[in-house]
Design a protein around this ligand. Structure first.
Ligand SMILES: Nc1ncnc2c1ncn2[C@@H]1O[C@H](COP(=O)(O)OP(=O)(O)OP(=O)(O)O)[C@@H](O)[C@H]1O
Ligand SMILES: [Mg+2]
Length: 421
């Protein structure tokens, strides 16, 4: 499983000249309630008291449960003297053995799930933006939304994989630009090729056969507001220059018209396609992409596992069947945090369909949908036993062993060095 923090926002303006900040390791409580914790002092065994002093009470955590230490540059977690174990990415750690952590590693202890992150700044869980929930992983999106109005941006494109919440972000953009009152939506993928121009820019009487009357396009109808062009990546190449003109000069030319009209409109676009790759292959015009003042990228759900339970819980409440934390099996949530989520939040939401009885979440129900986690996948912690077994199976060939575990050779060697010292 790939676990990393992508840069969430790409801006055309050069990044600010703030000095680069060093990443700080943090433990983010992903279940039951979002809380940010720093690391305990390295080499020190901590437990129940350490957590409760920081606002996280879990009676199932032992007095001296786990610890953290560095082996060279590598941060490791160790099960100190826990009664009920420390689990890293779903696998129980051998007691007393330090095991390397990665950015995004999921740690379970008692009834607590932590995600380890290297963060540039100290994080605090953030509240929802409208319906958009994400206490940790949407900080880049939030920052971009916060800067929009002052930046004078007019054309914004929201990018992200399918199901990442682009529609919600597009609405938040319209709110940020104070243009939510007049908000038109066009699903570009659903518009028949021949009528796109007329739909967007309008048409004059007699512009085509049967057009006894002229018509306003969606842009003019929302003059003073915003138009959301969903699935902009599907925009036919021949229509792209016309949209470019609207973005550039706020001028639109109705089909059959000779003089353009000027409008005041914000264009908010969204796509799950890779626009840079489309520019490279000539299917999306570079100049059109360049007319977007801001690009807001929503990270994939698999890269913000720390948000999953908070989002799930909000989605369950929105369905009128809130999750009851005491009736949620922690192993079920852990399984969710370790899933790849190819369809992102949409897939998370559909998991709640027909959940019986409402309010309850069991590992059994989750595995029935997502399958069981294969423990030797790249998500599994690289304990001495896992490494040695893989090496033996590969006849001592480290490259082959790393490949079999689904990790890079570098990570494999780092882990091997850690468990051998
Ligand atoms: N962060 C979030 N918090 C709460 N709900 C979310 C969040 N992200 C997405 N959703 C919900 O997930 C579902 C999918 O989101 P949405 O339709 O916005 O995806 P999309 O990015 O437009 O996907 P596609 O590219 O397939 O159109 C919606 O029901 C949306 O409300
Ligand atoms: Mg969509």
């Amino acid at each position: 499983m790939v676990k990393r923090h992508d840069t969430t926002t790409i801006e055309h303006v050069p990044p600010s000249v703030e000095p680069a900040r060093r990443a700080v390791a943090a433990l983010l409580v992903a279940f039951p309630k979002p809380i940010a914790l720093g690391l305990p002092r390295l080499g020190e065994a901590v437990g129940r008291a350490w957590f409760s002093e920081r606002g996280h009470v879990d009676p199932e955590i032992s007095g001296e449960h786990l610890g953290f230490l560095r082996k060279g540059p590598q941060l490791c977690v160790i099960d100190e003297r826990s009664r009920n174990g420390v689990f890293l990415d779903g696998v129980r750690l051998p007691p007393g053995e330090p095991v390397p952590l990665d950015d995004g590693s999921v740690i379970r202890l008692g009834r607590t799930l932590l995600v380890h992150r290297e963060c540039p700044t100290k994080l605090e869980p953030a509240s929802a933006v409208g319906k958009l929930v994400g206490p940790w992983g949407l900080s880049g999106v939030r920052r971009a939304l916060g800067q929009l109005r002052a930046s004078g941006a007019r054309n914004v494109v929201v990018e992200g994989e399918t199901g990442t919440g682009k529609e919600l972000v597009a609405e938040a953009v319209a709110v940020a630009l104070r243009r939510r009152e007049r908000f038109g939506v066009v699903n570009v993928a659903a518009v028949a090729r021949g009528v796109f121009e007329a739909q967007l820019f309008g048409w004059k009487r007699g512009a085509f056969s049967g057009s006894a009357q002229g018509g306003l396009g969606v842009l003019l109808r929302h003059d003073g507001g915003a138009v959301f062009l969903d699935e902009i990546g599907e925009l036919p190449l021949d229509v792209q220059p016309k949209l470019l003109r609207a973005l550039e000069n706020r001028e639109i030319l109705a089909v059959g018209a000779e003089t353009p009209s000027t409008i005041d409109i914000a264009i908010i676009a969204a796509t799950n396609r890779d626009l840079d790759a489309m520019v490279a292959t000539g299917t999306f015009r570079r100049d059109l992409l360049a007319r977007f003042d801001r690009r807001i990228r929503i990270p994939a759900l698999r890269d913000r596992a720390e948000d999953i339970y908070a989002i799930l819980s909000a989605l369950a409440s929105a369905r009128g069947a809130p999750l009851i934390p005491e009736r949620v099996e922690i192993e079920a949530v852990e399984r969710l945090l370790l899933h790849d989520w190819p369809a992102n939040v949409r897939e998370l939401d559909s998991l709640l369909t027909d959940l019986e009885p409402p309010g309850r979440l069991t590992l059994h129900a989750v595995e029935a949908r997502l399958g069981r986690l294969e423990p030797t996948r790249s998500g599994a912690p690289l304990t001495r036993e896992v490494l040695e077994r893989a090496l033996a199976a590969a006849g001592g060939n480290q490259v082959a062993a790393a490949r079999a575990l689904g990790v890079s050779r570098g990570r494999f060697l780092r882990a091997l060095k850690v468990v051998k010292t």
